[in-house]
Design a binder for this molecule. Structure first.
Ligand code: GAR
Length: 193
């Protein structure tokens, strides 16, 4: 089996889309892929409760309880590795990763970012796209490498930016596309491995 471990920090709607795609598309039976666990750096992340209702293993490691980024990432690595992941999926995991963490999961970690990378790496992507006068926005699934929000692009989705858009309305339009492309990109990525 190819095990997936998903990391979240918040609502976990991308995580839900992945778990639901795995079930409806029978990833386990057809591709030998299974979502093993959902981990969070925020004990109160709403997505953890949902994951538990689905019978998934969950764990939270509160980053505030660690003295440094390095010690947190080391503990997180141990928690992840207990599930023997073929793929680590960052799904709204709002942490800067240490080089040791990125190196440890080189070639087996993916992220989704709410912009058309390489445009708008970092935070507040929707507000920045609106302020820049972009006519289109979107989302990018990419492999995680040392540089934040870079790494080989696996999938993208494009949506229009409407004159009436606020960062919130644009975020919702982009998010619904994230839910479509992220499960697809993960299944395709693991098919090739
Ligand atoms: C998503 O829009 C994702 O692209 C973004 O956070 C949101 C998480 O939503 N990720 C980043 O900004 C990473 N830098 P979710 O928790 O409902 O999946």
């Amino acid at each position: 089996m190819k095990n997936i471990v998903i990391l979240i920090s918040g609502s976990g709607s991308n995580m839900q889309a992945i778990v639901e795609a795995a079930r409806t598309q029978q990833w386990a039976e057809k591709q030998g892929i299974q979502v093993m666990a959902v981990l969070s750096n925020r004990p109160d992340a709403a997505g953890l409760a949902w994951a538990r209702t689905q019978g998934l293993r969950t764990e939270s490691l509160d980053h505030k309880a660690f003295a440094s980024r390095e010690t947190f990432d080391q503990a997180l690595m141990q928690a992840i590795d207990a599930f023997h992941p073929a793929l680590v999926v960052l799904a709204g995991f709002m942490r800067i990763l240490t080089p040791a963490f990125v190196t440890h999961y080189a070639g087996r970690m993916v992220n989704i970012h709410p912009s058309l990378l390489p445009a708008f790496a970092g935070l507040n992507t929707h507000q920045r796209a609106i302020e820049a006068g972009c006519k289109f926005a979107g989302a990018t699934v990419h492999e995680v490498t040392a540089e934040l929000d870079h790494g080989p692009i696996l999938a993208q989705a494009v949506v229009p930016v409407l004159p009436s858009d606020t960062p919130q309305t644009l975020a919702m339009r982009v998010l619904s596309q994230e839910h479509r492309i992220y499960p697809q990109a993960i299944a395709e990525f693991l098919r090739q491995r």
